[in-house]
Write a protein of this length. Structure first.
Length: 319
């Protein structure tokens, strides 16, 4: 398959354009017929991806961060088209690449694209209150969440990311934590009451990582037809800080103020406002409703010859 690279030159604080330029000779040596397009603004990656689908391109490569990947899947997820989506990670957080175990050097990318295997995976569809006050919907690949995560996005995406992903999200988390108060939320999973009360965070996870490497949903699988739902309840600021190491390592689910479950639909409502983080982007606020779309996208995953391996359990079914 000849790859079509959709490159977000502004991701990683502008470093992606330089990185791709340095890698392009190696990529062209491996794929002489490859095509490249650079995004020019918000949602342009979705437009370029839609054009690629219309042309019948077989392989579209999202080069940028999690937000770029989110845009690229919009014309593909749930449509039944045969286009395969691949990931060339070069963003701030790089959370979805951790699900696939991807590396970032040019030779590693070539190996992944050459030896990768298309696999059918789930996506989510989120309905939410957009920034203009209306209702909107958007597909997501990784995690949709609300609460402190949306506040963190606001700080991370409006400040320099020159220190790198983890540092940027850590600083954003600290700023968000001190500016956030827990919000009374009502959470339903598969139309049943799941949580009621003050909440720090509600995460609806198809993937495992968010926030620059926090393993919020350590057991999540990309193809099991279910979301992992993680609610951080009425945590104090000190409790949240004390949990940070356990969240990065995925050992936080046993905390008495954290609730974990699984389901195919999740609804979150509140009388108060809470911002949403959708694949690393702040898109709006609650109320929100997420629905799983099983086997709705073809994703290129590392094959045996790629030299990298996804973490155990990321793919749980035989699809």
């Amino acid at each position: 398959m000849n790859p079509f690279f959709i490159v977000n030159p502004h991701s990683a604080n502008g470093a992606t354009k330089r990185r791709f330029g340095s890698m392009e000779p190696t990529l062209r040596a491996a794929f002489p017929d490859m095509k490249v397009a650079y995004t020019e603004g918000p949602m342009h990656a979705a437009t370029l991806s839609g054009e690629a689908v219309a042309r019948g391109d077989e392989l579209v490569v999202a080069c940028g961060g999690d937000g770029t990947l989110n845009e690229v899947i919009q014309p593909v997820a749930g449509t039944g088209c045969k286009t395969v989506i691949a990931v060339m990670p070069s963003g701030t957080g790089g959370d979805f690449r951790r699900m696939l175990g991807l590396k970032t050097e040019a030779e590693d990318i070539v190996g992944y694209l050459r030896h990768g295997e298309p696999r059918t995976v789930d996506t989510g569809i989120l309905e939410y209150a957009n920034l203009a006050g209306g209702r909107d919907s958007r597909a997501f690949m990784n995690i949709a969440s609300c609460g402190i995560s949306g506040q963190v996005d606001h700080y991370v995406n409006n400040t320099s990311k020159a220190l790198g992903g983890r540092a940027s999200f850590l600083i954003g988390s600290l700023r968000g934590m001190f500016g956030y108060r827990n919000v009374e939320m009502s959470v339903k999973v598969d139309d049943r009451p799941f949580y009621e009360g003050p909440a720090n965070l509600v995460a609806v996870a198809n993937g495992r990582f968010f926030g620059g490497g926090m393993m919020v949903a350590p057991g999540s699988s990309l193809d099991d037809g279910l979301f992992d739902v993680v609610v951080f309840g009425d945590l104090t600021k000190l409790e949240f800080i004390g949990l940070s190491r356990r969240i990065y390592s995925g050992h936080h689910l046993t905390h008495p103020k954290i609730r974990h479950g699984r389901g195919s639909t999740v609804e979150v409502e509140s009388r108060d406002q809470a911002l949403i983080d959708l694949d690393g982007e702040q898109v709006g606020g609650i109320p929100m409703r997420a629905g799983i779309r099983p086997a709705s996208l073809r994703l290129l995953v590392p094959g045996r010859g790629a030299g990298v391996h996804p973490p155990l359990g990321v793919f749980g079914s035989s699809r």
